[in-house]
Design a protein around this ligand. Structure first.
Ligand SMILES: Nc1ccn([C@@H]2O[C@H](COP(=O)(O)O)[C@@H](O)[C@H]2O)c(=O)n1
Length: 595
């Protein structure tokens, strides 16, 4: 864990890991949080702690004659000062990340939004994980020669260390279309028809492993599953997904299992499979070959990691892990990530508190920030509607210091505020409604309105509310739980639970390694809007329609549906600088400097 970070959480009821013959640790959507969550004790372990953890877990696997593989399913960048806070971005991150021995790794959409990020992936992460990086449906275009080539090998065939199991592994990205023009993402339904893929699924394999920056309930995984299963009726197929930022698990059939392991390095996913894995021992008669699958969502809590290894503060850190933690500390210092722009007077939530509401980060934006930062000296007396997509905000703001790090945590994107001047108000006022309707305003999938909201909102469609989100016996009843740290902290004879994930997936309620008190999740709209400089009575004839450049395609489409013939050429810059910088500037000006 990092100096200055929250102390890890003791005395939580824990569910142990169930080991099998083949075991996996999974990270996804870490978004640069490799220094851990400094303000949240239950997620404050860092990448160095994960290095130590994996070393101990590999040793245990070796001792027991089973196998352990590490996988990572992309979106490692954008969303934390450790990546975004340097020039060029990722100055330290690439060297920190490579210290973990990841066995199978693929790309997320965030590695591809900006051409220079994709270049860095090609020049740094792919060679760092040469034999392990898999890019089944992703090509890179060389900037000098213009040559188009697979970003990495299309698939990986290898044998596990201890049992010599033959693994055939793929690495996919969902059908993403927002990539910069130096990469090409092939739709998954086309990839599975490629000859190389058809040959790969005919390779001799004991287990197929499909890792992907794909939600486990997205159609892309189903397409891959169907293609492999058609050719291999008996072979276990294991899926590791991501992108939608939630903990989730689903079984596609009795020999396949899929796990998604959350977001922001809050979670280290665990999957194990037991049963007769050697293909030579399988026959059509074995209904399920005795396969059993387990999953756990391990909180990235240092004491929890120690618990799972049976070690303590003195014996847990390995030399390698310690060095990685120290390197992160140096990088954070060099980037001055703890520099405070101001002190947040209260916590502002994305989805834990209702919108609109006093504790909603979006209401704060609408009421306080947008009217102040969406200003253009040439048009300041013009009434304007200022629209921001809720996905532009990536994390809650906690009461206390708002630092350089927090800036990138809350809003890592380089989006700018643009506008279309003098839009008839009768048309402009209806845009927000169209952007927020659940359906699509265009038929094709890339224009799905919900892509303007956060990935979590994409996956969860209804608010999940608990009557008294404090203690619940149903969470305490789960099998195998044992208090961590001796369970000395009790409340009425029961452990006092910290708030956190209480995951319900297709397998049940016992996925989380730590028993938490549940937290509410409120659905929020795709976009929010501030009305600025409106006349005190009556309606304006025309307004400036101001919005983040990221949502320009949706805004233009909405206007078109309302009868307004606008195109990209009508969209002009409204304010210099990124939305992130404007927000940080507002905080510097309006919140007290020190807490
Ligand atoms: N310039 C951008 C880029 C992305 N977004 C939001 O992020 C969502 C994608 O997030 P993942 O972590 O799942 O890849 C996207 O749907 C947008 O909501 C943005 O606002 N601005």
């Amino acid at each position: 864990a990092q100096p200055g970070g929250a102390e890890p959480v003791p005395a939580q009821p824990m569910r142990d890991l169930v080991w099998g013959k083949l075991n996996f640790l999974h990270t996804t959507d870490t978004h640069g949080w490799h220094g851990g969550h400094l303000q949240e004790p239950q997620y404050s372990a860092d990448w160095g702690d994960y290095v130590s953890f994996a070393e101990h877990m590999r040793k245990k696997a070796d001792k027991d004659g089973v196998d352990l593989l590490l996988v990572d399913t992309g979106d490692r960048v954008e969303g934390n000062g450790l990546y975004d806070g340097s020039h060029p971005k990722g100055k330290y991150y690439y060297d920190i990340y490579r210290e973990q021995d990841v066995d199978i790794i693929c790309t997320g959409n965030h590695e591809l939004y900006i051409a220079s990020t994709a270049d860095a992936e090609h020049q740094l992460t792919v060679p760092n994980f040469k034999e392990n990086y898999v890019a089944s449906n992703l090509d890179y275009i060389d900037p000098k020669s213009g040559e188009r080539m697979p970003l990495a090998q299309r698939y990986r065939k290898f044998q596990t260390k201890n049992q010599k199991l033959d693994i055939v592994a793929f690495g996919f990205l969902f059908d993403f279309t927002g990539n910069a023009n130096n990469t090409v993402v092939q739709p998954v339904r086309e990839t599975v028809r490629e000859q190389w893929f058809q040959d790969a699924i005919r390779e001799e394999a004991d287990v197929f492993v499909v890792i992907g920056h794909v939600g486990v309930r997205m159609p892309e995984f189903k397409t891959i599953f169907n293609a492999i299963r058609k050719q291999n009726p008996l072979t276990p197929i294991l899926f590791f997904g991501g992108h939608v930022h939630i903990r989730d698990a689903i079984s596609y059939d009795s020999r396949s299992f899929a796990v998604a392991s959350g977001r922001y390095f809050e979670t280290i996913g665990w999957m194990s499979v037991d049963g007769e894995l050697a293909r030579t021992a399988l026959s059509q008669d074995d209904a399920d070959a005795g396969f059993s699958f387990h999953r756990r969502y391990i909180d990235n809590n240092l004491l929890g990691l120690q618990h799972h290894t049976g070690l303590d503060a003195a014996t847990f850190p390995t030399e390698h892990g310690r060095n990685v933690s120290a390197f992160i500390t140096k990088a954070r210092e060099a980037l001055d990530l703890d520099y405070a722009f101001g002190c947040a007077p209260k916590t502002l939530w994305m989805s834990r508190s209702p919108y609109p509401g006093d504790n909603s980060i979006y209401s704060w934006l609408e009421k306080e920030v947008l009217p102040d930062v969406a200003t253009n000296p040439d048009r300041n007396d013009m009434p304007r509607l200022v629209i921001v997509n809720t996905g532009a905000i990536r994390f809650d703001i906690f009461k206390g210091a708002f630092t350089r790090d927090t800036t990138y945590i809350v809003s890592p994107f380089l989006s700018a505020m643009t506008h279309i001047p003098d839009v008839p108000y009768r048309m402009a006022r209806k845009v927000i409604e169209l952007l927020n309707t659940a359906g699509k305003i265009m038929e094709s999938a890339p224009m799905d309105n919900r892509f303007m909201a956060t990935p979590e909102q994409l996956a969860i469609h209804e608010s999940i509310l608990y009557e008294a989100p404090v203690l619940s016996d149903s969470f305490l009843d789960a099998a195998q739980q044992k208090p961590l740290g001796g369970g000395s902290v009790v409340d009425g004879g029961r452990p006092r639970l910290t708030e956190g994930y209480t995951t319900r997936d297709d397998i049940g309620l016992d996925g989380d390694d730590t028993v938490h008190a549940p937290v509410n999740f409120y659905v929020v709209p795709n976009c929010v809007q501030a009305e600025v400089e409106f006349p005190s009575d009556g309606e304006p004839e025309t307004v400036d329609l101001v919005f983040l450049d990221f949502i320009a395609p949706w805004v233009l489409m909405a206007l078109r549906l309302l009868g307004g013939e606008y195109s990209g050429e009508d969209v002009q810059l409204y304010v210099e600088g990124t939305f992130t910088d404007l927000m940080a500037g507002w905080i510097e000006k309006n919140w007290p400097r020190h807490c």
